[in-house]
Design a protein. Structure first.
Length: 317
């Protein structure tokens, strides 16, 4: 009885099917590993940048002796739309690569060449299972594409800021500067609540660690909005004519301030410069929409708010 009991167990173990493990990414990278790129229309340095991946072929050939894994390369614009999606074959050593000319690639793939898509672009290299049509592993590279022709302004974001300033005017108020970053604020004079804002770092991508370290140093991470001095826009009672607000969209699709009644809003201080503090808790793409309204208009009415524009940034782990 024992012999007949044990034998089927042995046979069962002997003929159990072997489940394959997906081929790993042995190596992957970008060369040169430059993350900040400033584009200058009609000139500027152009560099050939290689994105590559190496994987294992042994044990992963199909019944026809073919290797059904490909290097899939995707380029995503700051708004998340896909600008490039192409597959490349691995060689006999399990190696594949592709090259892009940067920063020209970003300009070429911008939908509107008159207003290039400055900000955080993402390049994804994927180990793609063509037979199953699924991604097995991937590597992502966030590259900041900035306007190299933008001149620095006093107290402004400075040259190289990825946030070009669009033309915007509401009444007699004009947008002068904006951006996402770490900022320091200090009183602009004795006996005043007004503060002066100075940028520490203005980029389209920050890590959670950078943001935490900035707050520990007394810096503010958030969306900056700058215009003419608020003192130039006061009513007869000495009150600000304009109120400013923002709505934040998180990576998971949730948000705050999108409905007018719950919109985050405040006055711009006397120097005409303010920062809306942000506290991102998870990595991913964020979107901040900035608004202006007349002080005496109802805040709960969407028609009162005039959209200035939006800023897109990415938070990495």
């Amino acid at each position: 009885m024992r012999m007949f009991t044990v034998l089927p167990l042995i046979l069962g173990l002997s003929f159990a099917p072997a489940f394959a493990v997906d081929p790993p990414i042995l190596e992957a990278g970008m060369d040169p590993a430059v993350r900040e790129w400033a584009f200058t229309r009609g000139g500027g340095e152009q560099r050939n940048v290689r994105f590559w991946m190496r994987t294992r072929r042994e044990g992963f050939l199909n019944a026809y002796g073919n290797f059904d894994y490909y290097l899939r390369v995707q380029v995503l614009r700051p708004d998340g739309s896909i600008a490039w999606d192409t597959q490349y074959g691995f060689d006999l050593q399990g190696y594949a690569d592709t090259s892009f000319v940067l920063p020209g690639l970003f300009f070429d793939l911008s939908p509107n060449k008159a207003a290039p898509s400055f900000g955080a672009w993402k390049i994804r290299t994927v180990l793609f299972d063509n037979a199953a049509k699924v991604e097995r592993a991937s590597r992502e590279y966030v590259l900041n594409f900035s306007d190299g022709s933008k001149a620095a302004v006093p107290g402004g974001s400075g040259a190289g800021s990825p946030f070009s300033v669009p033309p915007f005017t509401h009444g007699s108020w004009t947008l002068r500067d904006w951006g996402i970053g770490l900022f320091r604020q200090s009183p602009s004079g004795p006996g005043t609540y007004d503060v002066e804002t100075r940028p520490v770092a203005v980029r389209a991508s920050f890590s959670l660690a950078e943001i935490r370290e900035g707050y520990a140093r007394g810096e503010i991470f958030g969306a900056r909005l700058a215009g003419p001095p608020q003192s130039a826009f006061l009513n007869s009672g000495g009150m600000p004519l304009y109120v400013f607000g923002y709505a934040l969209r998180n990576p998971d699709g949730s948000g705050t301030g999108e409905a007018a009644a719950g919109r985050n809003n405040k006055y711009v201080n006397n120097p005409g410069d303010t920062v809306f503090p942000l506290d991102p808790r998870s990595p991913g793409p964020y979107r901040v929409t900035l608004y202006i309204r007349d002080r005496d208009s109802p805040s709960w009415d969407e028609a009162s708010w005039k959209r200035i524009g939006e800023l897109v940034f990415t938070v990495t782990p």
